[in-house]
Design a protein around this ligand. Structure first.
Ligand SMILES: Nc1ncnc2c1ncn2[C@@H]1O[C@H](COP(=O)(O)OP(=O)(O)OP(=O)(O)O)[C@@H](O)[C@H]1O
Length: 688
């Protein structure tokens, strides 16, 4: 309460002596009570303090003087009746003081309420301060959870400023509180003392909090600086590693390429050694001269010679026994004509002798069968040997056989095979680190410029079709680039397994289960080609164009003859512009139409797939198996292929035969297209 207020209060008191007397009495009693209350009880709880502070704020109607004096009398009475009750003394004291303040208010002017408001606002300040400190603690905890770097210089100075402000606010608040309370009247001293103590405690606690916060801040700053140092150190290490990596890259590439070349060289040596060894067993190519004509002929190796000799010997033995048996039978027959027992043998001896011959013939037959099987195996090995010899010869004659690195990226290794106009090399992609197949398209230097341009146009067309195809059962085309004026290269997904042609040469008959899973995969590739916006007819499906990866997944390749089905094509199909191309065993009758330009559709591929499936199951093609391409054309073999016939062996399911019949439907209009036949139950796997 301010001095002015006190003066004002005292002047009011002198004008109302009666009330002053009562008031003095009351104060005297209250002071006596207060001293005992202070010594015997703790300060009032904060809630009560708050109540005390808040009370003057509430708008109060000014009571009349008489009612005020009655109230004071009542208070005196209440006070005397509760003298003995020490436990509620403090509470009573506050209530009494509050009541007293109300009483004073009766006589007081607005100045008093203003002073009370001042005290109240100070209390609020303290409250705000408390809240602010709490907020700082919370904020600090929170910000420590976040990135340390988030707390910059500004943030630190804010903390400092905040703690300075807090300290100064606390001391000024403290001063204000002290001043305010010291200026209050005597009977209010106890109340002031209580408030003073609690404020001091609060200030002490706030100071302790500030000190704790400052300690936290110091630690956080240290942590931040440690993290920043660590961060700088890691950044430097990363940069060093990157520089090192950059420096090492060419070296590493060279090491990888060198290793691959060493392995490939070893493989080449091994392949040639094996060919030499196998040649001894299976045969070799010899050169024969007939006058001035030099030609190459095959000379069988020792194993084949031995097998053939063994077969010849068995044949001679069989013939000898058969002669013996014949003569025995003749004698026996003659016996019946001549005198009794003169030339013949007894019946029992004849039967025994004949049984011996028969048994020996049966055993010779078994031996012959075994040797024939062995000879078939040798023949197969011989075929493989001849292909390998050809490959080695092609490799030796290739201008890409010295492990070149093409386009600064593809390390050429060993030759996989040679096609009509191309060589396919196994290669290693030094950028993506994977094996690839590099198909080197060589243009014949003797060709006219026009022919070269036509070939390149054709290859680019194939590339443009193939590069957009991304499917599990289609060989991926990764890249294309020019090597020199006469050569360019396409980079394909590497399929380390054999192609279907090589598989069928090794085992001409496949079990139905194996054949089925291969044809299902081929149809899945075809379905993909026909579900695209730009549909594609492969047009050259044959065993050599079905490759297998290392896991045995079948993939369709070689889009050299493919056709893009344009949008405006009618239901009958598109015009076949490259008639005569392709492999005739696998093409449908409509492709041999000569009277007009044939219209084709995806049904061409359905026919080819049917031929492939038939060949896998029965070991031969359904039409013109033993014929040459030229003869097929000359004899109209496919044009006459109206109905497919199935051999009685091996046994194949009716479902498989039905699928083949549908694929090999002679009339194109009646033959299902790819998307229709893909729904055939035989081509879908469902759990039973
Ligand atoms: N992506 C590949 N992965 C592994 N081997 C392949 C790949 N592409 C082709 N080959 C193999 O390379 C050899 C030659 O392939 P290419 O396609 O040139 O021969 P082709 O089809 O017989 O000839 P053409 O293309 O003239 O008809 C074949 O033995 C084939 O199996």
């Amino acid at each position: 309460m301010s001095d002015d207020m006190l003066l004002h209060l005292s002047s009011n008191s002198s004008n109302q002596s009666d009330q002053s007397t009562k008031f003095a009495k009351l104060e005297a009693r209250l002071v006596g009570k207060a001293s005992s209350a202070v010594t015997s009880s703790l300060p009032p709880p904060p809630q009560q303090q708050q109540q005390q502070q808040q009370q003057p704020q509430q708008p109060q109607a000014r009571p009349s003087v008489s009612s005020a004096s009655k109230f004071a009398d009542d208070l005196v009475a209440q006070s005397s009746s509760s003298d003995s009750d020490d436990d509620i003394a403090g509470e009573f004291l506050i209530q009494a003081n509050t009541q007293k303040r109300r009483k004073v208010q009766v006589d007081d002017s607005l100045t008093f309420s203003e002073s009370v408001e001042a005290v109240d606002s100070l209390a609020k300040m303290a409250e705000t301060l408390e809240t602010k400190v709490n907020f700082d603690v919370g904020r600090k905890k929170h910000s420590r959870g976040r990135s340390q770097s988030g707390r910059g210089r500004g943030s630190r100075s804010n903390d400092q400023t905040r703690s300075q402000i807090s300290a100064s606010t606390i001391s000024s608040l403290n001063g204000q509180l002290e001043n305010s309370y010291h200026k209050d009247t005597k009977p209010k001293e106890q109340l002031q003392n209580d408030s003073h103590y609690s404020s001091e405690e609060e200030v002490l606690s706030l100071r302790a909090k500030v000190a704790a916060l400052e300690e936290d801040l110091r630690k956080s700053r240290k942590e931040t600086s440690d993290y920043q140092n660590l961060c700088r150190q890691l950044e430097k290490e990363l940069k060093d590693l990157k520089d090192h990596e950059q420096q090492m890259k060419p070296k590493r590439t060279k090491i990888i390429a060198d290793l691959l070349i060493s392995v490939s060289k070893a493989e080449r040596q091994e392949a040639r050694l094996k060919v030499r060894q196998d040649s001894l067993r299976l045969g070799n190519v010899g050169v024969t001269r007939a006058g001035t004509l030099i030609s190459e002929t095959w000379e069988d190796g020792q194993a084949l010679k031995d097998l053939n000799a063994h077969l010849k010997q068995l044949l001679e033995t069989r013939e000898a026994i058969e002669r013996q048996r014949k003569s025995l039978k003749k004698k026996q027959a003659d016996k019946g004509d001549g005198p009794d027992g003169e030339n013949g043998v007894p019946e029992e001896d004849f039967l025994l002798q004949d049984e011996i011959y028969k048994s020996r013939l049966a055993s010779i037959k078994r031996e012959e069968e075994t040797i024939l099987r062995e000879r078939d195996r040798y023949e197969f090995e011989k075929g493989r040997l001849i292909r390998e010899m050809k490959r080695i010869r092609d490799e030796d004659g290739s201008r890409f056989n010295s492990f070149q690195i093409l386009n600064h990226r593809y390390a050429l290794l060993n030759l996989l095979g040679k096609g009509g106009f191309s060589e396919v090399y196994k290669a290693y992609d030094l950028v993506d680190h994977k094996y690839v197949a590099c198909k080197l398209h060589g243009l014949n230097a003797q060709w006219s410029e026009e022919k070269k341009q036509s070939y390149i146009r054709h290859a680019i067309r194939e590339y443009n079709i193939h590069k957009t195809l991304v499917h599990h059962h289609i060989v991926r085309l990764w890249d294309i680039f020019e090597i020199d004026h006469n050569t360019f290269c396409t980079v394909l997904e590497y399929c380390s397994g054999k192609d279907l042609d090589a598989v069928l040469k090794a085992t001409p008959l496949l079990p139905e289960k194996e054949a089925r899973i291969i044809i299902v995969q081929i149809f899945q590739g075809l379905v993909y080609l026909n579900r695209r916006v730009q549909k594609i007819i492969h047009y050259d499906l044959k065993p050599g164009n079905v490759l297998f990866d290392e896991f045995g997944v079948a993939k369709v390749t070689d889009f050299g003859l493919s056709k893009i089905v344009e949008d405006d094509v009618g239901s009958q199909g598109m015009e076949l512009t490259s008639q005569g191309a392709g492999t005739y065993w696998y093409l449908p009758p409509e492709c041999f139409e000569l009277s007009k330009i044939p219209l084709i559709s995806s049904k061409v591929d359905v026919w080819s797939a049917g031929v492939l499936f038939y060949q896998m199951l029965f070991g031969r093609r359904p039409f013109g198996h033993d014929q040459t391409q030229e003869r097929i054309l000359r004899e109209d073999t496919i044009i006459k292929a109206r109905k497919v016939e199935f051999p009685s062996r091996p046994t194949v399911s009716n479902e498989a035969k039905e699928l083949i019949r549908r694929c090999l439907t002679y009339d194109q209009a009646d033959r299902p297209d790819v998307l229709t036949i893909a729904h055939d139950p035989y081509l879908t796997y469902t759990k039973k």
